[in-house]
Ligand binder design. Structure first.
Ligand code: NI
Length: 168
């Protein structure tokens, strides 16, 4: 297993649209293991392949307190979204230190392949439902800050670029 570098906003590679995973093989299993390790190490609740510069429809999630209930979604598609919406504070491993309110559906159903390549459907609500929507956005090349006002986005971009320069 290996820790993978996470792309940071405003890296243009975060806006690439992911392609479906063709076959769930040893390569994909290794990628899943590395993504889980990277997500846990960074104390994140979700990580999309896009964030590690792999542009395939693959996400890992764990919203459990104990950090021992990993969910793997391969080629996920939201098949149903509840009408009720809620504005909650979100953050992202690709936008470290930034948290802001985003409105999302409170419940979703998602169809995906699991780690063994089996078709699954998952009904989610609360934090898991929000996390699924956030991660699936990544696969479409969308980062949560793009829901914020242009003014806020500009400020965040400036802050991120500054922080990345300071790191070098
Ligand atoms: Ni994110």
């Amino acid at each position: 297993m290996a820790l993978l570098p996470i792309l940071c906003y405003p890296d243009p590679r975060l806006h690439k649209v992911a392609q479906p995973v063709q076959v769930v093989d040893a390569r994909v299993h290794a990628l899943i293991d590395d993504m889980l390790e990277t997500m846990y190490e960074a104390s994140g609740i979700g990580l999309a392949a896009t964030q590690i510069d792999v542009h395939e429809r693959l996400v890992v999630i764990d919203t459990s307190e104990e950090r021992n209930q990993p969910i793997v979604l391969i080629n996920p598609e939201i098949t149903w979204m509840g009408d009720e919406r809620v504005k909650g504070e979100e953050g992202c491993l690709s936008v470290p230190g930034i948290y802001d309110g985003v409105e999302r559906a409170t419940a979703v159903k998602v169809a995906a392949l699991d780690r063994s390549g089996q078709h699954r459907t998952l009904e989610a609500e609360g934090m898991l439902a929000i996390c699924i929507q956030h991660e699936l956005d990544h696969l479409m090349g969308k980062v949560f800050v793009e829901y914020l006002s242009p003014l806020k986005q500009g400020r965040i971009k400036t802050k991120m670029v500054k922080a990345q320069k300071a790191e070098r």
